[in-house]
Design a protein around this ligand. Structure first.
Ligand SMILES: [Zn+2]
Length: 401
């Protein structure tokens, strides 16, 4: 189980992955806010973390994987108002589609798939603790986290306060909220607004803030300190920064041991996002391509890289999927054994080097090509079984059609 190095976004260093003392590895990945369809950018994040989980399990770690569903949030309420639908219906439709698409992509199911609205009680408990510890204040039924009280705020994103405010305002922060002491203070609990869903709380009826949802759900299933916490790099600030602040000030314990963030996918020279309208939908891709093609396309990029999607890359990935398919049909001879040692070494070196799937796939492609051109009398049993093993690690299916 030795040798795995992970780039920790907090220290910005490649660190040796060490098991915690309870010998169980907890992974939390921020799930979707189901107000819209799933696009290739989402798939990049969830396919990558699927490989992380598969690889840790392969190495012998006892993994517990939690991915949440942010089923109450401003975006959901805005979208349901626009569609004139009940917010629960919007959540149900989009989350069902998302889960189907993740299944189609051959992602393993999380061990726990908590929904925010099922954990309001746990969120309230954290907010109460923060108030008691002097890091939160209440104004007119709203509770805010006071960032002035937290000297460590910013330790993940390492942004200046000015930059933080700029980004926070783009992501739903209201700097002009008259109830706030500081424009950067974030909402832990918000008082009910007309026509919005609400839950009872010690501060009156209302609903939780976005960040507190993930702190409550991750800690409920994985304890106060999470081994690996992941998501897209657009979540580093304010979501993950604020999650660290509120979790650590409530428990007094480090919140996360290793932070992993996936790079942003771009299309037509801009980040793939709903607001820019440059989406490539999984629902469209699955009508034409196989899940292996999509996984090979995604995993052929290093997870931390920011990359541009080009349609011709799909054809490239398809050719790669076909190359592997041809190997399964090869008949193996009884002669000398095709030696896979050097491929094995390079594959695992790549995976241990911060999950370099791009390199790992290129090693497998090289092996596949070599087996196809190998002398027909050679025994390919080792090569094939190595490919089966690595296909399982990368979540690729053995395709015969
Ligand atoms: Zn989250």
């Amino acid at each position: 189980m030795k040798g795995l190095k992970i780039f920790n976004s907090q220290t910005r260093k490649r660190e040796v992955f060490r098991q915690n003392s309870n010998k169980r590895t907890g992974i939390y990945v921020c799930g979707i806010t189901p107000y819209d369809v799933t696009h290739l950018g989402h798939a990049f994040t969830y396919v990558f973390f699927d490989v992380v989980i598969r690889y840790l399990k392969f190495l012998g770690y006892k993994v517990i994987y939690v991915q949440n569903l942010t089923d109450i949030d401003d975006d959901i309420l805005k979208e349901s108002a626009k569609l004139r639908k009940n917010w629960r219906e919007v959540v149900r439709n989009n989350s069902q589609k998302f889960l189907e698409e993740m299944k189609w992509l051959n992602n393993l199911q999380p061990d726990f798939y908590p929904r925010a609205t099922d954990h309001i009680k746990e969120m309230i408990e954290i907010v109460k603790k923060l108030q008691k510890n002097g890091f939160a204040y209440e104004r007119k039924g709203n509770v805010y986290f006071s960032i002035k009280k937290d000297k460590e705020y910013g330790k993940l994103s390492k942004l200046s306060k000015k930059k933080m405010l700029l980004i926070a305002n783009e992501r739903g922060n209201n700097p002009n909220d008259p109830n706030k002491k500081n424009p950067l203070d974030f909402v832990l609990w918000q008082a009910q607004k007309p026509k919005e869903p609400f839950w009872p709380s010690p501060w009156g009826e209302g609903r939780p803030g976005w960040h507190i949802e993930c702190s409550a759900m991750s800690q409920k299933y994985l304890g106060e300190t999470i081994d690996i916490y992941g998501g897209g790099s657009d979540l580093i600030f304010p979501h993950h920064e604020s999650s660290i602040a509120q979790s650590e000030k409530a428990t007094g314990q480090p919140f996360v041991r290793y932070w992993l963030h996936t790079g942003m996918l771009r299309y037509r020279r801009k980040k793939m996002s709903k607001s820019l309208g440059n989406l490539i939908l999984i629902d469209d891709l699955r009508k034409i391509y196989s899940a292996n093609t999509i996984r090979l396309l995604l995993l052929s990029h290093h997870y931390r890289s920011v990359w541009e999607f080009y349609k011709q890359d799909l054809q490239k990935a398809e050719r790669l999927a076909d190359l592997f398919k041809r190997v399964w049909f090869l008949s193996s001879g009884t002669g000398r054994t095709f030696n896979v040692k050097s491929y094995e070494k390079r594959f695992f070196e790549a995976m241990n080097n911060d999950f370099d799937t791009k390199k790992a796939i290129s090693v497998l492609a090289e092996l596949a090509k070599k087996t196809l051109s190998a002398n027909r009398s050679m025994s390919l049993a080792d090569a094939k079984s190595f490919l089966v093993k690595t296909f399982n690690i990368l979540g690729l299916l053995i395709e015969y059609e």
